[in-house]
Design a protein around this ligand. Structure first.
Ligand code: PLP
Length: 438
């Protein structure tokens, strides 16, 4: 890509004057103007190319400018661009059927939204309406979005600036062996103890007051934490025992990220409500949604569902989802993500621990990994923020775009990255670690 400094300068100037950037003190940031991309790469206006180990916000699963996906959006735009939810529409119908087909058995009906936060908002509304109960249990290590309800569900510090958020949300500790709340010695013990803690939380809150328990199947931005063996099934059993709805948030983990349609496929657990967004259409047009059980859907056969959005099932968004799901099948995207995880990212990232004392833990699956960095392996004290910033800059200088989150590097490239590209990225991360820790 040719350099275009004049254009870059204008984008910076207009953005600084008129765009409020998420989650940031505006004077503390200097975002890179992004010019274009292809596959697992994007480029800027200085002619620099970057291998994307972030997939933007872990959503560009099919990579940049997938020709089949952009063509489907163009084709849909030529037909009709927007149709209110009060009509039936072809792309919406096809997308709902396609999502239901890849979702677990018995989840058949979809309520579409514009993204993940609204998906979780509607999941809790559906659970409350269906059960007639009001409280929701959510994990401390979680991110569920930034609207009033979704931020209330969110367990970590991003919630604090929005409090008081909606009432009726209670938090509990999920399992995480590396930083266990339960002094566990291994994954089995962590799973058992976390389940016991959740059981006691349910009893203390009053099971009859609980509409739902919401969990990220694999915790994403709050730590990248796959669940230990037996945990999800244990939560499912606890929900069944007390008539509580299980909501699995697959906004980040779904549609290829873990090498499966949904992360829950690895643990064979069936939620009552499943929320999705991001990878459903690789973010090319804003889209999210909730897939619900037949029982929950049936609650709104005779009485109205008290919720709606002008763009619920937007024609361009749903057309892109239909295309994305078809492309993932045709191009065997899941298989690629699995292979990249098994042959390149897993072994490559684990080997970083042999060479760099700062690597405290490596965990993940598919194209969904975290490298957790520590100042001291024994105490597991997180590596300081200035060293993480230096690492990020060292990666960027080498043409690798990492996702740095607290003391972790989340390694979350597009699912279409090749094993060779993934190895190239790990080698650059290796060099960057050597630079900042020498
Ligand atoms: N849930 C999870 C697990 C997420 O990772 C995110 C976004 O990162 C959301 C919900 C919120 O999605 P959105 O930003 O599309 O509202």
């Amino acid at each position: 890509p040719p350099a275009d400094p004049a254009r870059e300068a204008r984008i910076r100037e207009l953005s600084r004057a008129h765009v409020l950037t998420s989650w940031s003190a505006q004077k503390a940031i200097d975002p890179l103007p992004l010019a274009g991309g292809e596959g697992a790469w994007f480029w800027d206006y200085q002619g620099r190319r970057f291998l994307d180990f972030s997939s933007q916000l872990v959503n560009v699963n099919l990579g940049y400018q997938h020709p089949g996906l952009t063509a489907a959006i163009q084709e849909a735009a030529g037909r009709i661009t927007t149709v209110a939810p009060s009509f039936y529409e072809e792309s919406r119908a096809e997308a709902a059927a396609a999502v239901a087909q890849v979702a677990p058995e018995g989840l058949e009906k979809v309520f579409f939204t514009n993204g993940g936060a609204e998906a979780n908002e509607n999941a809790i509304r559906l659970a409350r309406q269906h059960t007639g109960r009001h409280k929701i249990l959510a994990a401390y290590r979680s991110y569920h979005g930034a609207t009033a309800g979704a931020i209330a569900l969110t367990g970590e510090a991003r919630r604090w600036g929005s409090e008081p958020a909606i009432p009726g949300v209670v938090h509990f500790w999920g399992p995480f062996l590396y930083r266990s709340e339960f002094y566990s010695a291994d994954e089995e013990q962590e799973s058992e103890r976390a389940l016991e803690h959740l059981r006691r939380t349910v009893l203390a809150e009053g099971p009859h007051t609980l509409a739902a328990i919401i969990l990220e199947t694999v915790v994403g931005s709050a730590g990248l934490i796959p669940p230990p063996p037996g945990y999800l099934q244990g939560v499912r059993d606890l929900c069944d025992e007390h008539g509580i709805m299980l909501i699995l948030d697959e906004v980040m983990a779904g549609f290829g990220r873990t090498g499966a349609w949904f992360a829950l496929d690895h643990w064979d657990v069936r939620p009552d409500l499943l929320t999705f967004a991001k990878g459903v259409n690789s973010g090319y047009v804003p889209l999210g949604g909730v897939v619900m059980s037949q029982e929950i859907a049936a609650s709104f056969d005779e009485r109205p569902y008290p919720g709606g959005l002008t763009y619920s099932g937007h024609a361009l968004a749903t057309a892109s989802a239909v295309a994305a799901i078809r492309i993932m099948r045709e191009e065997r995207t899941m298989e690629n993500a699995t292979q990249v995880g098994q042959t390149a990212l897993g072994p490559g990232l684990r080997s970083l621990a042999d060479r760099h004392e700062v690597v405290g833990d490596v965990r993940g699956l598919g194209v969904f990994w975290a490298v957790e960095l520590v100042a001291d392996r024994r105490t597991r004290e997180p590596l300081a923020a200035d060293r993480m910033k230096a690492l990020q800059q060292a990666c960027v200088r080498r043409g690798l775009w990492p996702m740095v989150n607290a003391n972790r590097v989340h390694v979350v490239p597009p699912c279409v990255i090749s094993p060779a590209e993934a190895k190239e990225g790990v080698a650059l991360l290796d060099e960057a670690l050597a630079e900042v820790t020498s």
